[in-house]
Write a protein that binds this ligand. Structure first.
Ligand code: FES
Length: 107
């Protein structure tokens, strides 16, 4: 995946250093920054499809980015329908692309 993070913003300046957080997305490790939301980490890594719709199997990703539309929901640590745009990354967080309405996967 490519790095699409803005590292030198014309108004905000350079991106300050941050601790690394390692999450697992669909079984693959992904390095994020402390303070990232799951969605911002995924977008920075080039992800665009976070879930697929129940009826038409269409991809959905970040739309509102403020926790209102539910387009960005994924299964996080076994819990479906987590709004990733308002959920901060945590070490070893297990994130899965959600198919349809999702399913609970808590052991
Ligand atoms: S993008 Fe709308 S709730 Fe996350």
């Amino acid at each position: 995946m490519s790095n699409r993070r803005i590292e030198n913003h014309p108004i905000l300046g350079e991106l300050p250093p941050a601790a690394k957080v390692l999450i697992v997305v669909d079984g693959k490790p992904l390095s994020a920054r402390a303070g990232d939301t799951v969605a911002s980490a995924l977008v920075a890594a080039g992800w665009t499809a976070f879930r697929r719709t129940e009826k038409r199997n269409e991809p959905r990703g970040v739309f509102c980015a403020i926790g209102k539309c539910t387009d960005c929901v994924m299964t996080v640590n076994g819990v479906p329908n987590v709004r990733t745009c308002i959920t901060l990354v945590e070490d070893d967080m297990q994130v899965e692309t959600q198919e349809g309405l999702g399913a609970w996967r808590i052991p």
